[in-house]
Structure formats: structure tokens, C-alpha cells
Design a protein around this ligand. Structure first.
Ligand code: C2O
Ligand code: CU
Ligand code: CU
Length: 430
């Protein structure tokens, strides 16, 4: 819906519900419905308003993960929405086409609220750089695949208590868009899957059961310059990938996660899901398939950052629930960044637990991994990366358009238990 000023208006109501993942109804939370939330979709240049209504019994906040926007609208832990209450952030879409998402971000309760079901996809389009040859019929050959792992205990999700490793919840049941043992009826000879790892802690290494090749066409913040033909893409919590896979008439093929290379240490890898194989989604191809266009050899321009453009380098070491030895404080700003400058951040996992690194507001590029060129799947726009133990990741980014000395953005580990424990910091753009 457009309002009288031409802004695109969305309504999101966080509430409790009951949802059937496949084995009977379970108590859940959702936006508008019982579990997860609607896919929001907007175009570059459009102004959006989201009316976030809280009908839970506790405060929440909604963060637009991957969005470039003023700190005021970012929905971090400083911008709480009381229960009951409403918050109506507004901003202009100001970035390339991408698969983003939204989820709660209240400090200390992000893991539980997200696990109960508060999350959704936010797709951005950019008419000026639209790649018409990519499958783009939503729900037909362009399909959101929100991947989560759950544990069930009778009629509720078992998210607290019990025996969890240091990374928090690892579920034994994979659900896709809220459905266990999910399948997709495919009617075209190619299908684009927008993979979102919306799990609390689990890392997946996505491939197909028959080990077929597919094209990786997009990462967190947009399309790649050119498709990368591959058999595996690893996604840690919060990361996205757009892939295009070809299918033959009548066949069934399973999207499967094989053991991810966590690189945290032998014991830590095992108790963190590093040995698990999980079926994610079965593709069931129709007996006759409508032909789609081949994936073009070139997709969009992705200008590379030049290291020499950076005016400042910062170091971040993640260990023992802290970043640089400090736990998240709502009243401490950890970094002040100057608007319209480029910085290099050197990030390191220093404690042998699986960690990731996510930065609000920006899309960054990976300059190096352990001193080497990044692998192909890390050459596009990213806002979240997995950190293997004792490897330094250099990322480069520009802080453009928005400055506000009084409102902070966050950077943090996206393993939600770690984030809640305080492995998070704040930066302001001035
Ligand atoms: Cu998806 Cu600050 O998080
Ligand atoms: Cu974010
Ligand atoms: Cu972590």
C-alpha cells in the first residue's frame, strides 16, 4: 500500500500464535501470522514506512538486517518497542537489489524472540540494474528459503534450558519457511533459491544430494558481478545466498547441508554441529518444465574497494563473550566513524568457538582471509561473515549518507546466544 505521500507502507504485528511445523500445533511467535512474517519487498529509491506493532507481553524491537539506513530507523537494542506499543521507522531504499531480512534485536532476548519465530525476508529490487534473465517469478521460480533448526518439546519449542553447547540452540529438525521435511514443486527448468540462514547458531554448507553444480548469483548485499559455478556454499547465522539450480523433468533432488568446516577446534566443531548432515528441501520437478533463460555470464557492476582509499584501520578480537575484552554496554560507544570515509576492519576469532561478524548499516567487501585473496563466495557484498578460528579477516567499507552522533549502530557476533551474552559493540557515524 502507498500512502498519500507515495511512501510504501508495511504493517508488522508481533504476536503469539500456534503453528504446525508438520507434527501438530506448537506455541510460536510471528509477525502478522503465527510463525515468521511476510516477505516485504521494495524498490531502490522508494520511501518505506513500517508500522511495527508489539502485541507480545514483552518489549521487542525490529532490525532490518543488511539495510543501509539512518541509525534512527535501524531498530537496534536502543530503539525498543514496548508491549503494547507501536514504532514507525521510515527511510528511503538506497542500495542495490538484495535479499535482506528482519528480526528482533532487544539486548539479551534476541535469541529467544527469533527462535520463537520472529523473522522475515525483505527483498529489494533495483529497476536500473535488473537482470531480467534471472528467474524472478516470486514463489514460482524465485523462492525464499528461510532455513532454521528447531527442537520440539510437546506443544512448544524447546529453546531454553536443556543441554546446549556454548553456541546455544542447535535443533535436530530443519524447517524451511516454518515447515519440516519441506518440498517445493518446481515447474521451470531453473529455479532461483534465496537462501537465508535464520537459525540461532547453526552453520550450514549448502549443496545438493547428488553433488550437482549450481550457480551462486548473489550474496548478502546483492548480486555478484558474475555467477560462480559451485557445489557448496556455507552460510552462518544471518548470511544469505542466491543460487540458481537447473533441474530435469520429473526428477527429485534434495538441497542438503553437509558438515561445514567450522575451523574452531576438534571438540568445538563437533558440539557445534560441525559433523551434521541435514536435508533441507526437496525439489520435485514436474514432468514437463517451462524453459527459462540461462544465467547470464555477467550480472551487475560490483565496484571493488581500493585498500588505499581507507583512512583508518581498526582491530576487533572476539573471545570469551566479548569483543576486544569488553562486553556490550548500552551506554558505551566503541567506535566513532567519520561520514564519507572508508575504513578497514581486521576481525579475528580468538577463542576457539564458532563466531561470526556482522556490521549494521553497511555492506562491506572482504579484502583478505588469513592474508590471502578471499574465496569466490566472499567476493560480493557482505554484511555478515563466518570467522574461522585464529584467522584474520580484513573487511573494507564506506560509511555514507547518514550521520547521527546520538544514535548508534551495532556490530556483533550473529550467533544469537553470543550476541545476547554481550559479544556486541556500538559505533556511531559522525
Ligand atoms: Cu541480524 Cu544486529 O543483526
Ligand atoms: Cu543487522
Ligand atoms: Cu560468537
Amino acid at each position: 500500500r502507498l500512502d498519500e505521500r507515495g511512501r510504501r507502507v508495511f504493517e508488522l504485528t508481533a504476536r503469539r500464535g500456534r503453528h504446525d511445523f508438520g507434527n501438530g500445533p506448537v506455541a510460536t511467535w510471528g509477525f502478522n501470522g503465527d510463525y515468521l512474517g511476510p516477505t516485504l519487498r521494495a524498490k531502490r529509491g522508494e520511501e518505506v514506512v513500517v508500522n511495527v506493532h508489539n502485541r507480545l507481553t514483552e518489549a521487542t524491537t525490529v532490525h532490518w538486517h543488511g539495510m543501509h539506513l539512518p541509525a534512527e530507523a535501524d531498530g537496534g537494542p536502543l530503539r525498543m518497542v514496548d508491549a503494547p506499543g507501536t514504532w514507525s521507522p521510515t527511510w528511503r531504499i538506497n542500495q542495490p537489489a538484495a535479499t535482506l531480512w528482519y528480526h528482533p534485536h532487544p539486548h539479551g532476548s534476541t535469541a529467544n524472540q527469533t527462535y520463537q519465530g520472529l523473522a522475515g525476508m525483505f527483498i529489494l529490487d533495483d529497476p536500473a540494474t535488473d537482470v531480467a534473465a534471472l528467474p524472478h517469478e516470486y514463489g514460482v521460480d524465485d523462492v525464499p528459503v528461510i532455513v532454521q533448526d528447531k527442537n520440539f518439546d510437546g506443544d512448544h519449542l524447546k529453546g531454553r534450558g536443556g543441554v546446549f553447547g556454548a553456541i546455544g540452540i542447535l535443533g535436530d529438525t530443519v524447517v524451511v519457511n516454518g515447515t519440516a521435511a519441506a518440498f517445493l514443486d518446481v515447474t521451470t527448468d531453473r529455479v532461483r533459491l534465496r537462501l537465508l540462514n535464520a537459525s540461532n547458531a547453526r552453520v550450514y554448507d549448502f549443496g545438493f544430494a547428488d553433488n550437482r553444480e549450481y550457480d551462486l548469483v548473489g550474496t548478502d548485499g546483492g548480486l555478484l558481478a558474475a555467477p560462480v559455478t559451485t557445489r557448496r556454499v556455507m552460510l552462518s547465522p544471518g548470511e544469505r545466498a542466491e543460487i540458481v539450480v537447473a533441474v530435469r523433468p520429473g526428477e527429485r533432488v534434495v538441497l542438503r547441508s553437509t558438515p561445514p568446516t567450522l575451523g574452531a577446534g576438534a571438540l568445538s566443531d563437533r558440539i557445534s554441529g560441525g559433523h551434521d548432515t541435514l536435508d533441507i528441501l526437496q525439489l520435485r520437478a514436474a514432468a514437463t518444465l517451462r524453459a527459462t533463460k540461462p544465467v547470464p555470464a555477467r550480472l551487475v557492476d560490483v565496484p571493488r574497494f581500493d585498500r588505499a582509499a581507507a583512512t583508518r584501520t581498526r582491530d576487533f578480537s572476539l573471545a570469551d563473550t566479548k569483543i576486544n575484552g569488553q562486553s556490550m554496554s548500552m551506554s558505551r560507544v566503541d567506535a566513532r566513524v567519520v561520514k564519507d570515509t572508508v575504513e578497514v576492519w581486521r576481525v579475528r576469532n580468538a577463542d576457539g568457538q564458532p563466531h561470526t561478524f556482522h556490521v549494521h548499516d553497511v555492506q562491506f567487501q572482504v579484502l583478505s582471509v588469513g592474508g590471502k585473496e578471499p574465496p569466490a563466495e566472499l567476493r560480493g557484498w557482505k554484511d555478515t561473515i563466518y570467522l574461522r578460528g585464529d584467522v584474520t579477516y580484513e573487511i573494507i567499507m564506506a560509511f555514507r549518507d547518514y550521520a547521527d552522533p546520538n544514535r548508534a549502530y551495532m556490530f556483533h557476533c550473529h550467533v544469537l546466544k553470543h550476541e545476547d551474552q554481550g559479544m556486541m559493540g556500538q559505533f556511531v557515524v559522525v
